[in-house]
Design a protein. Structure first.
Length: 241
């Protein structure tokens, strides 16, 4: 057995031993860890030491963990456990694949991979909408993609919509940004970008089919009412999977 899983490795919390630190976010630190109970690698997302004295931050981590535990969807990362003490943390399944951001750095996705991302992520968003949640963080760094399978990795921004607020359209916009970047390796909302300058997405092996390029551009519409529902995005990309 690897030293990383032995009794000499650092205990992150009871039952979990550190393999490697993965990243530090504004709220949490993430570690690749070994679950002694399950005998598998996992990801432990734990509140940063400098945020642990703040009750609202502690509640945010616990709320995200409880939400993830309540969800059963193949394109949303699975949670195994959430604890409140001594520091709030969430235990997540370990995803084997790279993030979508890492893949985009190598160049635009193939049309088939783009269609898979579009349909699978749309399915996850629609599922959350049906459960009454909105405001999904759809940055490429928040998705894994491996073997044709996409997963949303973080739901810390997800919430119930406020009174009079319509944010399903905001999720459509985020989906459009994600797909545009996956198709072009360029963000449509960079510092120098304006809507007049956003050209329909192109790929290395040719332009997207008119219907697929059109639905991505409609997601980026300045008028929320003109943006398609995520189900429509999935329907248009589905024949290309």
């Amino acid at each position: 057995m690897s030293l990383a899983f032995s009794a000499r490795s650092a205990a992150l919390a009871t039952g979990y031993r550190v393999i490697a630190r993965m990243w530090r976010g504004d709220l949490c630190d993430a570690y690749e860890a070994w679950s002694e109970e399950r005998e598998v690698r996992c990801v432990v997302k734990i509140l940063r030491p400098d945020r642990r004295a703040f009750a609202p931050d502690r509640r945010r981590v616990v709320s995200e963990g409880e939400l993830l535990l309540s969800l059963t969807h193949p394109h949303i990362v699975r949670a195994y456990e959430v604890r409140k003490e001594p520091a709030p943390f969430i235990v997540l399944e370990a995803t084997a694949g790279p993030t979508l951001a890492g893949l985009i750095e190598r160049g635009p996705l193939t049309l088939r991979d783009l269609a898979r991302v579009a349909t699978q992520v749309s399915s996850a968003i629609a599922y959350l909408h049906r459960r009454g949640f909105v405001n999904v963080d759809l940055r490429p760094s928040n998705l894994s993609y491996d073997g044709g399978h996409a997963r949303v990795l973080d739901l810390s921004t997800v919430r119930r919509p406020r009174a009079g607020e319509s944010t399903e359209a905001a999720d459509s916009f985020s989906l459009g940004c994600l797909l545009y970047e996956a198709a072009t390796s360029r963000s449509p909302v960079g510092e120098d970008a304006t809507r007049a300058q956003i050209a329909p997405p192109f790929k290395r092996n040719g332009r997207l089919l008119p219907a697929t390029a059109s639905v991505v551009m409609r997601c980026l519409s300045a008028a929320p009412g003109n943006r398609p529902a995520v189900a429509e995005v999935a329907r248009i990309f589905a024949p290309l999977v």
